[in-house]
Design a protein around this ligand. Sequence first.
Ligand SMILES: [Zn+2]
Ligand SMILES: [Zn+2]
Length: 403
Amino acid sequence: MMGAIEMSPLHDWLVELRRGFHQSPELSYAEFGTSRRIAAKLREMGVDVQEGVGGTGIVARMDSGRPGPVVAFRADMDALPLEEISTEPYCSTVPGVMHACGHDAHITIGLGVARTLMDEGWPATGKGKVVLVFQPAEEGGAGALAMLRSGALDGEPIDAILAGHVHPELPVGHVGVVPGMCNAASDSVRIRITGKGGHGAQPHRCVDPILAGAALVTQLQSLVSRSISPIDSAVLTIGQFVAGTASNIIPQQAVLNGTLRTLRPEVRDVMAERIDGMVKGLELAYGVKVDLEMIPGYPLLVNDPIVAEMARNVASDFLGPDRVHIELPRMGAEDFAYFLQRYPGALLRLGCHKPEEGFRHALHSPHFDLDERVLDVGVGLFTRLIKRLMAEVRAQGPGTSLP
Ligand SMILES: [Zn+2]
Ligand SMILES: [Zn+2]
């Protein structure tokens, strides 16, 4: 049984905000309305806002004006190209676009943290600076990298950066913390198989790229099981196989697109090498020509163990130790990894399914929805954690990096 979740005094405000964002989702790098609304809300609160960072990104600063630690919180803003299936009054009003990854909740939590700190008069009493980063294009567009490359954060000696992701596998009120490696590195695998097209009734006069492609898909699945140690992790999924125009034509080409996920660079290198070898073998065995391209995607996301431990303690105090779970890494990729390559920090998993319903719909499902109490949990947790980090860095002296 769940005990009561401590509701924020801002609950109704948070719910209204989140529903507003949910109804008006925008795709990667097109978060214009979302970004404008965030900036307006922050200005209402008296927060300093810098717009247009890395596209539609926003950097908001709550500066005490006194020297001290700099702690950042990142929220992603983009939605997905997906038609929402929902009977809720706050269902997406944009055809074919949906906040199916909960980034509407992340934005709302970021604004809730800002309002809580401003309402408490933090800038007048605190030391150092709190930086809020509202990021475009997490869903494949590397918005985090765009913001970092813009240079907007270069003047900020950020001591620690935090982020949360709603996590439907845990009930609301629960939090998952991963010390260290948290999300996989991802690579796109693009394979173009060229054969010789012709009549479907005369296969001996053709070179069939579909047959070669089908064999390749099957063979590739042996790599993880036979080339990677059972103790290591890797996933290779071919999610797209495009070939042919009619049932009686052997086409000229087949295109296979996939994704490779790994948790160690050494494993990634072995997989890349073995995929390449397999493709060369396919050319010999089937007489086709194969072009292989491996395009690096988001890097490995590694939480700082000290920040993760602090997050675990703060979450235990706030929610109760039985609601804080030390979790394993996942093979999903997250571009918060780019921030963590530059600054120590942690990505936390915020349980968001309704306890009475249990886990029903995953992220990226057209049915995905969340228990809105996750907004209260997120605001409470991150406000506490930011304060804790400020105090902790301060104890080590201003300008000292955390770990
Ligand atoms: Zn997503
Ligand atoms: Zn997401």
